[in-house]
Each structure stands twice: as structure tokens, then as C-alpha cells.
Design a protein around this ligand. Structure first.
Ligand code: ADP
Ligand code: MN
Length: 256
């Protein structure tokens, strides 16, 4: 597992945009001994052949780039188990039938495990409902393996970083509305953190990511989360000169 950290150091220099010097400490922090053991087992099974650096270090998770034995590109998301980051997660878990049996919300490690499982199951729902999102491979502990989106080892840009013409923005706005409609009506999900930060621009279209906090549409706060998603998306496309629908009309279109 030290190889991992070595690789990060190498990769930092050329292709990965990590933020600051504290990253090494952060990476050590994320890769506790349980995760190292889990990764080790995946190497033994050939699920993983190499881990090649860090795609993103965020507040709640780090994402690593890896390859399997048969050269498939994989993204590994490893969630943080620190107290600070899971404090506000409870409201996304409580109030939904899928997690009503969960009584361990005070144990950080168990909590993060649920978080990873939640993202895995939400990605499955997206796949089944025909919404473009990374295909989930497996989850174990506080780690999730999924399809890597990008080309030649370069992660696809976030929508906020994509260079878009006005006409392309209009097309993507319509696509985004269709995605929200499908998520709600086919997958029965509300993303609850949908914005240009959690959509990737891949092969000319939008791919939804980061669905650990997404809730079933029957969740008691689902409508509040959906309104917020509608308003984030609207603000983004408005900035890109798209003639957007009024918020209420968008909300009604999705929920009617
Ligand atoms: P968080 O925002 O909680 O840190 P995300 O799931 O949004 O976690 O992932 C962080 C970043 O990692 C994303 O913005 C994206 O740049 C990258 N990323 C996440 N999943 C993938 C993936 N499957 N393929 C390529 N890049 C990814
Ligand atoms: Mn994110």
C-alpha cells in the first residue's frame, strides 16, 4: 500500500491536480489499515492491477484512478471516516424506508459504510433507469469501485469546467432536464446535490456522479432537495445564456 503513496507523489507532478502539501497526510489518513487490506485483496483477485494516482481529493472522499488485470479503467472512491464530514449526513439517511433499520448513525465507520452502500445502490438505480452515470462495480467498507469516465487516463471535466458554445449549452440544458425527469420518474431518486460540480461532461453529454446523498423520492425532504437541485441547474445554464424555464415550471414538469 505504500506503493500507492509513491504513485501519488509521481503523479502529482504531471497529471493530477491536487491542491496542497497536506495531501500526503490526507491520503495517509484516508488509507487506513482496513482499506489497505481490502485493496490488497482486490489486487490478489486481479480486480485491481494498478492504482495510478489521485483524481480528486475532496472534503468527503478521495477518488483514485486504477486499472484491472484486463485493462479496464476504474475509479475508486474512498470516503472519509472523520467526524466532521459525516455530521450533516444524517438527514439524507433518516426519513427514508431504505435506511430506517439503521441504528448506527453515531459510529463514524458504520455510518460511512452505509454512505458507500447508499451511493452503490443509487448508481444501480441510475443504471436501471437509463441515466448516464458511472457503472458501479463493487463496494466494501468505506470504498466504492466504479467505471472510470474519461479518456487515456484523464478524467472527464466537470460540467463547470467544460468549454461550451451557447448552442451546446442549450442542448445540455434540455439533456439535464431529461436526466432530472428520468431520475425522479424512472429511478425514483432525487439527487440532492445536483450542480455543475457533480455532472461530468463526457463524450459530448452529461454524466451524473456523486450520488451518495441522493434520496428516494418518498424521503421526507425530497421535495426541498429537488427544488434546490432545480435552482442550481437553472442558475448554471442561465449563466451560459440559456433561456431557462421558470423554476416552478421545471419543478412541476419533473414531478407531474
Ligand atoms: P466528492 O464531491 O464527495 O469529493 P465526487 O463523487 O463528486 O466526490 O468525486 C470527486 C471528483 O472525482 C469528481 O468531481 C470528478 O472530478 C472525479 N470523479 C468521481 N467519480 C469519477 C469517475 N467515475 N470517473 C472519473 N472521475 C470521477
Ligand atoms: Mn462531488
Amino acid at each position: 500500500a505504500n506503493v500507492l503513496v509513491e504513485n501519488d507523489r509521481r503523479v502529482d507532478k504531471d497529471r493530477i491536480r491536487t491542491k496542497d502539501k497536506s495531501d500526503h497526510a490526507t491520503i495517509e489518513n484516508v488509507l487506513d489499515s482496513r482499506i489497505k487490506n481490502k485493496l490488497h485483496k482486490l489486487f490478489e483477485r486481479g480486480v485491481l492491477a494498478e492504482i495510478n494516482g489521485c483524481i480528486s481529493t475532496g472534503k468527503e472522499a478521495n477518488v483514485y484512478y486504477a486499472r484491472s488485470k484486463n485493462e479496464d479503467e476504474i475509479a475508486i472512491k474512498i470516503y472519509r471516516t472523520s467526524i466532521l464530514t459525516f455530521r450533516n449526513r444524517e438527514k439524507y439517511i433518516r426519513g427514508e424506508y431504505r435506511f430506517d433499520h439503521v441504528h448506527s448513525l453515531h459510529n463514524p465507520r458504520k455510518m460511512v459504510k452505509i454512505w458507500a452502500e447508499k451511493e452503490f445502490s443509487n448508481l444501480k438505480r441510475l443504471e436501471q433507469g437509463g441515466v448516464r452515470a458511472p457503472r458501479p462495480h463493487l463496494c466494501g467498507g468505506h470504498m466504492l469501485l466504479m467505471e472510470f469516465l474519461g479518456s487515456d487516463g484523464w478524467a472527464a471535466p466537470k460540467l463547470k469546467d467544460a468549454v461550451l458554445t451557447d448552442s451546446k449549452s442549450r442542448t445540455l440544458y434540455r439533456e439535464c432536464i431529461e436526466i432530472m425527469w428520468k431520475m425522479y420518474n424512472k429511478c425514483r431518486l432525487v439527487h440532492a446535490d445536483l450542480s455543475e460540480y457533480n455532472m461530468l461532461y463526457h463524450d459530448g453529454s452529461i454524466v451524473v456522479i456523486d450520488v451518495s446523498q441522493a434520496v428516494d423520492r418518498d424521503h421526507c425532504n425530497a421535495m426541498e432537495f429537488l427544488r434546490n437541485d432545480c435552482s442550481n441547474v437553472t442558475a448554471f445554464f442561465k449563466k451560459h445564456n440559456v433561456g431557462v424555464m421558470p423554476l416552478q415550471a421545471l419543478f412541476d414538469f419533473i414531478t407531474d
